[in-house]
Structures are given as C-alpha cells and as structure tokens.
Unconditional design. Structure first.
Lengths: 111, 115
C-alpha cells in the first residue's frame, strides 16, 4: 500500500505563487496525480507525473522526484477561484492501477 | 465525448433504511468503475471497484455493496444504513489509454446524510 502525506491547509495571497508538497511511500510506483476539488464538488484532474521532472500546464506545474518520493504542485498568479482542496494521488504498479489519495490540502486564497 | 452521471445528488435517510446510488458512464466501453466515499475533512476512501460486468472488488468490509449489471452502470447499495455511512459518495471511471494517463473522471457526487 501507499502512505501519502500533504499539508492540511495553506493560505496565500491573490497574484502570488504557492507550492503544495506531497510525499509518499509505496512498494511500487506507477504515476502520481494531482486533482483539484472545490467545496461540495467532485475532484477534477490537474496533472500527471510518472518520470522525474517538471510538467507545466498554464499556471499550474507539477514536479516529481521518484528517488525522494516527493512531488509538488506549483500554482502561479493565484486567483480567488484557486481556493480549493488539492489532492495528491499515487498509483502503484501492482496491476490494479488504482490510485490512493492523500487527505488533500485546503488552499485559501485571500485578496 | 465521455460523460458520467450519478444520482441522486442529495439524500437524507433515517438509520436502518436502504440505500441505492446509481452511476452511468457514456461514450466509452469497458471502463474501470469506482465508488469512493469522502467523509468531512477526510480523504477519498475507495469502497469498491470493478473491471467488468459482474466483477466487483471490495476494499473496505462494511454494510455497503456494489453491483455492475451493465458495462457502464455501477450501483452502490445498502440494506440498512448506519450513522457512519454519512458522507460524500463519488463514482468514477477510468480507461488506461484514455486521458493523460488513465486518470479518474468523477461524477458529480451524492451527499448522503443519515439521521
């Protein structure tokens, strides 16, 4: 199984940059996902990393270091609508291809 | 394009009553289907997943059950609800090779309150 750890809550200012960290322990690694979940809504897919390095997608970027069991989601030019919970999920290589989710980081963006 | 719908969106049920949540997927074939539960302030807990019709794997032993009577239909049921069953239930689908990396696509969610 996996053990996934991410901060419970973070706050940031509109227009700023924020980095949300995720550490994991898994017996076999087959990809890491980031999802965004607004209050009362379903999660939506943001990014996927399976190789080391940075994946950039507009204002959002995600980084992975497999040797360190570490990922981060970087949000630039923060907007009020970015206030949401950000979920880190790790998929193992055991064959079921089912991701395990962390508890999520609640990001509050204030003016 | 693929779509997923689940219903009802909101449900208030007394303890001991039955439950049925339904989820359907359109626009894809032979998807993997999942039921997750998210309690207040908690992460997503996988309840059941299915790789095909009639094939159900349970991750957490409890008073809930799941069925997949058709390829794109997934049903979550209970004969007698407990207070601890309250939460936000999410259906999801995935197909390796679709999307960026077989990521999950979630339904709108069903909020269950057991009183």
């Amino acid at each position: 199984g996996q053990n996934i750890d991410q901060p419970t809550e973070m706050t940031a200012t509109e227009g700023a940059i924020v980095q949300i960290n995720c550490t994991y322990q898994t017996s076999g690694f087959n990809g890491l996902f980031w999802y965004q979940q607004h209050a009362g809504e379903a999660p939506t897919f943001l990014s996927y990393n399976v190789l080391d390095g940075l994946e950039e997608k507009g204002r959002f970027s995600s980084f992975l270091s497999r040797s360190k069991g570490y990922s981060y989601l970087l949000l630039k030019e923060l907007q009020m609508k970015d206030s949401a919970s950000y979920l880190c999920a790790v998929r193992d290589s055991g064959g079921s291809y089912i991701p395990t989710f962390g508890r999520g980081t609640s990001l509050i963006v204030h003016p | 394009s693929q779509t997923i719908h689940q219903w009802p969106a909101t449900l208030v049920q007394p303890v001991g009553s039955p439950l049925s949540l339904e989820c359907t997927v359109e626009g894809t074939s032979n998807p993997n289907l999942y039921w997750y539960r998210q309690a207040a302030g908690r992460g997503l807990q996988l309840l059941f997943y299915s790789v095909g019709i009639g094939q159900i794997s349970s991750e957490v032993p409890q008073n809930l059950s799941a069925s997949r009577p058709q390829d794109r239909q997934f049903i979550l049921s209970s004969k007698k609800l407990l207070l601890s069953d309250s939460g936000f239930y999410l259906c999801a689908w995935s197909v390796l090779g679709q999307g960026a990396a077989g990521e999950l696509f979630f339904g709108e969610g069903s909020r269950l309150t057991v009183l």
